[in-house]
Ligand binder design. Structure first.
Ligand code: DHB
Ligand code: FE
Length: 293
């Protein structure tokens, strides 16, 4: 049986990818951003999953106003890094676990979560930057250390799905993974955020108190947190802060009891508050502790 081991929450700021791709991560502006991911990269090596189920948002790259799927599941064999204006990022092609993706598609739809199925899709910084920060630099001719099943969530064109819908989708993702008949360790990423607004009068908005309360409540009050209305994201975390609804898919897919093993928060990276958390499922964490004794 496949199982979900842990969840990762992580920002996706495009400039973080540029800093890695141009080799300037040691510069004073960037060093504190990347120092906070040092432990995460060690943890990824020690807990390497077979597959990452990666919840992210597309930024008018694969989709535009002509087609706005709320939830789009990647079923293609592979996903090329997209050209977002300066050429594709120099990172490997993202390879899917197609059989698992097909199983999840079937399980979700029969569980009444209707997915758009993507048999062709390029992926932008929303997906590749979280992989880069968690794995470190990987040359384009190499391979990412594990397979990736992408789930794109619309948070760009109103209406985005509610946090509650995302949380319940996470529960359905867990049922789908746990009904897959192959021993696989699956990690789930919820990406985007934290507070940021890229446009108009409040451009540059950052709200560290709100962000840190959000990180606290992922462990202490995930259900209450998932019921937060959209208007609170817009008011407190800025117009792009609504990307945070994607973290509820991650949290919903985990057990009720989780152990926070790492947290990193840094302002600013470009216009955004970088937030990052690693939550291990309690059963996985306890198994790890016993094995280490
Ligand atoms: C920035 C942040 C984002 O989430 C994004 O999609 C694009 C840009 C930024 O801070 O520059
Ligand atoms: Fe974004």
């Amino acid at each position: 049986m496949a199982r979900i081991t842990a969840g990762v929450g992580c920002s996706h700021v495009p400039a973080i990818g540029v800093a890695m791709d141009t080799g300037i991560t040691d510069q004073p502006y960037w060093k504190p951003v990347f120092d906070g991911f040092r432990k995460s990269r060690e943890w990824m090596k020690a807990n390497k999953p077979d597959v990452i189920f990666l919840v992210y948002n597309d930024h008018c790259t694969a989709f535009d106003a002509s087609c706005i799927p709320t939830f789009a599941l990647g079923a293609a064999a592979e996903f090329q890094p997209a050209d977002e204006g300066w050429g594709p990022r120099p990172v490997p092609v993202v390879k899917n676990h197609q059989k698992l993706a097909s199983h999840i598609a079937q399980s979700l739809v029969l569980d009444e979560f209707d997915m758009t199925i993507m048999n062709e899709m390029e992926v932008d910084h929303g997906l590749t930057v979280p992989l880069s920060v968690m794995f470190g630099e990987v040359a384009p001719e190499e391979a990412w250390p594990c397979l990736v099943v992408p789930l794109a969530v619309n948070v760009v064109q109103y209406p985005a799905p509610t946090g509650n819908r995302c949380y319940n989708l996470g529960k359905a993702v867990r049922r789908a993974v746990e009904s897959y008949d192959e021993d696989l360790d699956v990690m789930i990423f919820g990406t985007g955020g934290m507070s940021h607004q890229l446009q108009y009068k409040r451009a540059g908005l950052i709200n560290p108190e709100w962000d840190n309360a959000f990180l606290d409540r992922l462990t202490s009050d995930p259900v209450g947190l998932s019921r937060m209305p959209h208007v609170e994201y817009l008011r407190e975390a800025g117009s792009e802060g609504v990307e945070m609804v994607m973290w509820h898919v991650m949290r919903g897919a985990l057990e009720d009891d989780v152990v926070e093993v790492h947290r990193h928060y840094h302002v600013p990276a470009s216009n955004t508050a970088v937030g990052h958390i690693i939550l291990e499922n309690k059963s996985y964490h306890d198994g790890r502790m016993i094995a280490a004794e």
